[in-house]
Write a protein that binds this ligand. Structure first.
Ligand SMILES: NC(=O)c1ccc[n+]([C@@H]2O[C@H](COP(=O)([O-])OP(=O)(O)OC[C@H]3O[C@@H](n4cnc5c(N)ncnc54)[C@H](OP(=O)(O)O)[C@@H]3O)[C@@H](O)[C@H]2O)c1
Length: 326
């Protein structure tokens, strides 16, 4: 009989990668969770053979049906869906920062998912998409990095659940290659009058931090984590890039001249990108540069330890279509 992997976020980047990986594995059935089973993405997955079920991380009852008979559950919460939800502005406390509100909702979503998973008798492995606790590993220096700390708080909760004892591992996504240029961030290479390309970023130009082709590689990493002993904390890094190596690799792949890197402080970066995104992304980069993206947690393991070949940024650049920014 086939085993069942339940994939939350199937219509997104991480869950989509996990779905693609397990669809090709003999002996596995993929069940994907979405809030809207009639969306185009959900229908595409159904056509490929994924059992699509409706579930909302804000509604534990809906997860009980979605998680039934699961052998593996891949759990991901999305800070940015909450951040972009127009209703979040009216649901948060009047004087509350929107990012703090997103933290609270994301923590509750993660706890809902873990609590329900802990009561699934067939479950062998719960793989949760986490991030390092920025406040803990920076000794309080970065104590408002809400989209990181939220996931770490969920991990703390998971580790108290008896039902997930010896069944839990975590996997950290690196910064997605495509975030650099497809989110409209100042890190998008911008053509200068002389034809060269210049980027704006935060912090020094030459400190490497982890990036990766999450859409392509994350699923294989999740499989390695699910197959291994529990208790893993896996960083799915593809390649360590500094701002300078990112720009140089991209320019070379496109046959254009490097126009340089404009270094920002967190304050000037937040002016370029106001509203919360600039602080969350800018501090994420600064935390990674100063304390390591994974907080230099000595227990963290990486793809090369599992023989997983990850896509390099050069390979990614050679295949991606950058015509929208050239
Ligand atoms: N971008 C980066 O560089 C980066 C790096 C590290 C970590 N991360 C983290 O990655 C997470 C996002 O993952 P992603 O990139 O895979 O997301 P994504 O591509 O934006 O997709 C979001 C997914 O979350 C699902 N979802 C959202 N709210 C939901 C809810 N209430 N109930 C059930 N499903 C819900 C959506 O499903 P439906 O819409 O179909 O319901 C969708 O599948 C974020 O928390 C972010 O902090 C991102």
């Amino acid at each position: 009989m086939s085993k069942i992997i339940v994939v939350t976020g199937i219509t997104g980047a991480q869950g989509g990668s996990v779905g693609s990986t397990y669809l090709e594995l003999p002996g596995w059935k993929v069940r994907g969770v979405t809030r809207n089973s009639s969306s185009n993405k959900a229908k595409e997955w159904a056509e490929k053979g994924v059992e699509i079920v409706t579930g909302d991380l804000n509604d534990p009852k809906s997860l009980e049906t979605a998680f039934e008979n699961a052998n593996v559950i891949f759990g991901v919460t999305d800070f940015w869906t909450i951040f972009q939800d127009p209703e979040s502005g009216s649901k948060k406390k009047p004087d509350q920062d929107i990012t703090e509100y997103c933290f609270e909702v994301e923590v509750q979503q993660g706890k809902n998912m873990a609590d329900v998973a802990s009561r699934v008798p067939t479950l062998e492995r719960f793989v949760f998409s986490s991030m390092a606790s920025a406040s803990k590993w920076s000794n309080g220096k970065f104590n408002q990095l809400y989209h990181m700390d939220s996931k770490a708080v969920v991990v703390d909760h998971i580790q108290t659940l008896k039902g997930l004892e010896d069944k839990f591992s975590q996997i950290q996504a690196p910064i997605y290659f495509n975030l650099l240029w497809q989110w409209g961030l100042p890190t998008t290479p911008k053509k200068q009058d002389d034809g060269s390309y210049r980027i704006h970023g935060v912090g020094p130009s030459n400190i490497p931090i982890p990036f990766g082709n999450v859409q392509q590689d994350f699923g294989r990493c999740v499989k390695a984590v699910a197959d291994a002993q529990p208790g893993l904390n896996f960083l799915a890094v593809g390649e360590m890039l500094s701002w300078v190596t990112y720009l140089a690799t991209w320019c070379e792949s496109q046959g254009v001249q490097v126009g340089g890197y404009e270094e920002h402080t967190i304050e000037s970066f937040m002016e370029l990108l106001p509203g919360g995104l600039g602080r969350e992304f800018g501090e994420n980069v600064l935390f990674a540069q100063q304390f390591g993206y994974d907080g230099r947690d000595p227990t963290v393991v990486r793809p090369e330890q599992f023989g997983i070949r990850m896509t390099s940024f050069k390979e990614y650049c050679e295949r991606a279509d950058f015509s929208s920014i050239l």
